[in-house]
Ligand binder design. Structure first.
Ligand code: ADP
Length: 306
């Protein structure tokens, strides 16, 4: 499928420290793409370069096949960007904020009115449109900010950590919104340090750490290439069996136990035999697929820093 965004060998230093060390990835049309990494990994810098706010030291960015250096003005019409910091006029209502920013995008009054109605519905704030945004929660403001970036019907929507510090209701609205944009064929690039969000939302991922790309591909592909499955067991008498479990390391997880092993099927068979021999009851047992968190851990040797 056609790449909407191609990032090639991007480098950027701030003073003496290198924020990006040659980042390369591409985003296919219609995908929800997760740019994933701990704080300070280089996600915001990458997004600011893509949207032309920050200039790269080296490398290139192409959007819909066009260079942002040569055709920046033309290309940016297709891009919507939601920065981390909320940029709204607090005293103005949600609708008036949208009208103000819509005019800046060059939208005309009738078309703009119609579009404002649409985006207010999409972010779930149609009924609160006349209230000044200063009365809104952080999550509601973030949703208005997203609506601003959607007004001109971008083909590529870039969201920088849109769910940091917001209420669960707004988080759900943002998830639903991203899914509906995907259905409309909009390509979404989404940065976060919450691995479980990416697992719920994204088709494709790039994991970055210290300005380097450490994995890139479809979510399923990254999980199967870099992660491995584990066995999960719940059993009241399992502790007595732990020293005898073969083929993997055992650790506690919530109400149960995790066995990190090479061959989950053989490990499960071994545990069942052991439990039968000792008359220990197993209430739950199954294979858990690898998580992005475990992939990150196996690739970097560290867990996600927060
Ligand atoms: P992330 O979005 O993944 O948290 P950033 O792109 O914000 O990461 O930052 C990457 C690195 O660049 C960090 O070490 C950060 O401190 C540094 N950095 C980012 N912006 C600036 C800036 N304007 N001036 C100096 N250093 C910066």
């Amino acid at each position: 499928m056609e790449a909407v965004l191609e990032v090639q060998d991007l480098t950027k230093s701030y003073g003496g420290s290198q924020a990006l060390k040659g980042l390369t990835f591409s985003v296919r049309q219609g995908a929800c793409f997760g740019l994933l990494g701990p704080n300070g990994a280089g996600k915001s810098t990458t997004m600011k370069i893509i949207t032309g706010i920050v200039e790269a030291d080296g490398g290139s960015v192409r959007i819909l096949g066009k260079s942002i250096k040569k055709d920046g003005r033309q290309v940016r019409k297709f891009v919507g960007y939601v920065p981390q910091n909320i940029t709204l006029y607090e005293k103005l209502s949600a609708r008036d904020n949208l009208a103000f920013f819509g005019q800046m995008y060059g939208l005309q009054s009738k078309e703009l009115d119609f579009r404002i109605d649409e985006v207010l519905q999409q972010i779930g704030l149609f009924n609160r449109q006349r209230e000044p945004v200063e009365k809104f929660s952080g999550g509601m403001k973030r949703r208005v900010n997203i609506a601003v970036a959607m007004l001109h019907r971008p083909k590529l929507l870039i969201l920088d950590e849109p769910t940091v510090g917001i209420d669960p209701q707004s988080r759900n609205h943002i998830f639903e919104l991203i899914n509906s944009l995907k259905e409309e064929g909009v390509t979404v690039v989404y940065s976060t340090h919450y691995m479980e969000e990416v697992e719920a939302l994204c088709d494709d991922v790039a994991i970055v750490d210290h300005g380097d790309l450490i994995a890139h591909g479809s979510l399923a592909d990254v999980l199967s290439r870099f992660g491995h499955s584990v066995v999960y067991v719940e059993s009241p008498g399992f502790e007595a069996l732990v020293p005898e479990v073969m083929g993997g390391s055992v650790s506690r997880q919530g109400a149960g136990w995790i066995i990190d092993c090479e061959s989950p099927v053989n490990t499960m068979k071994g545990i069942l035999d052991l439990a039968a021999a000792r008359s220990v009851e197993i209430s739950t047992m199954g294979i858990r697929r690898p998580s992005l968190e475990s992939v990150f851990l196996s690739l970097t040797g560290t867990s996600l820093r927060d």
